[in-house]
Unconditional design. Structure first.
Length: 372
């Protein structure tokens, strides 16, 4: 039968009974007696030990382990693309800065700092503006007649260092002979530290799919080892002897439904090329192909903005769990997701046909939800 930890009251009773059995004529149940106090204190200490064993049992398996112990499981099971083991650490965004000199030949020293304001998520206000720092990586000789470029990187790791091309940056300490305004190009590669849920999923995926020297599951494991990659799939889409790896970066590319850029694809492809066996004829690393879903709902009760927002989030959560390249999204799944929205009482799903993907590479993405 399964183990059940006794309560503190039960443990105290067990200790009193043991004392009574060991000392004929003694009664450890008399209130405020020495035996009663000593028995209850011993019972409390024993109960603390049982509680520790309870907690320890949760740490012994990765599906219930807490952060510190989860990191230990990760160090045992996982290898990352950067040569580390365990949790994927946050990385620095790197790219190119464009500078304009006012005096020809002026040198911008290496490690000259730059900064720009970015909008970061906030649990209180929704977003907050914050200055993000960057630095030059080498001496850059400027020209008064044309812009010059040089390598730069973020000072702090995280996705907030990834800036759109052309973002303007300022020099907190102006270099004489150089315009204080600079522009960023190709700043990418910054990722946040891997969360407990993401690390736990990778550990379980690795345990459930032992390394086989090039199985489909191995390709998924290799893709997930790259910083920023949160979901990956592998299948012989191009026929026997080939493998196609598709992946998403849900956090890093959240503004584009998690879809990777060309640079991201090249990074994952380079790592898989180092790991995969040479016996595979062709290996393709690609982004899934977006297949947009338009959903129409009628007679929603209650028809409120709050209910509509809950429905959208519930459908997105459902797609996060079940959507995959080539995976049909069944109308029943959509209905279930809508009904799971906390405020929803009733509705009619007008688009009640299944969303079939046109190819093995297409993947469902929510586009619009219309209400009638």
């Amino acid at each position: 039968m399964p183990w059940s930890t006794p309560t503190l009251r039960d443990v105290r009773t067990l200790v009193r009974d043991a004392v009574n059995a060991s000392l004929p004529g003694a009664d450890a149940n008399i209130p405020n007696s020495v035996l009663r106090v000593m028995s209850d204190n011993q019972g409390a200490l024993c109960h603390l030990t049982l509680q520790y064993v309870d907690w320890l049992s949760l740490q012994l398996l990765p599906d219930t382990a807490e952060t510190e112990w989860l990191d230990r499981h990760g160090d045992i099971w996982l290898a990352n693309a950067d040569g580390s083991t365990g949790r994927k650490m946050a990385t620095l965004a790197t790219g190119t800065g464009q500078f304009q000199g006012t005096i020809d030949g002026t040198v911008i020293p290496a490690h000259t700092q730059l900064q720009t304001g970015v909008s970061l998520p906030s649990s209180v206000t929704g977003s907050i503006n914050q200055l993000v720092g960057f630095e030059t990586l080498e001496d850059i000789t400027t020209s008064a007649f044309a812009t010059v470029e040089g390598p730069i990187r973020a000072l702090d790791p995280g996705s907030f260092g990834n800036l759109p091309d052309g973002t303007e940056m300022d020099m907190p300490v102006v270099v004489p002979g150089v315009s204080s305004a600079a522009f960023a190009f190709g700043l990418h590669g910054g990722t946040g530290i891997e969360t407990d849920d993401q690390l736990r999923a990778r550990i379980l995926q690795r345990i459930r799919n032992p390394a086989m020297g090039g199985s489909q599951a191995d390709y998924v494991t290799w893709a997930l080892a790259v910083p920023g990659v949160t979901r990956a799939w592998a299948a012989p889409e191009q026929g026997a002897g080939t493998i196609t790896v598709r992946f998403l970066m849900d956090d890093l590319r959240a503004s584009d439904d998690g879809w990777p850029t060309g640079t991201d694809i090249n990074t994952v492809d380079a790592y898989i090329e180092k790991m995969r066996p040479v016996t595979v004829k062709d290996c393709y690393v690609l982004a899934p192909i977006k297949q947009f879903m338009d959903i129409t709902i009628a007679n929603l009760v209650p028809d409120t903005a709050e209910a509509q927002a809950e429905i959208e989030q519930s459908i997105r959560d459902m797609l996060f769990q079940v959507a995959a390249p080539g995976q049909t999204i069944y109308a029943a799944w959509v209905s279930f997701a809508i009904m799971n929205a906390p405020s929803v009482i009733s509705f009619n799903l007008v688009t009640n046909t299944d969303f079939v993907m046109p190819s093995l590479g297409h993947m469902a993405v929510l586009e619009t939800i219309l209400y009638e």
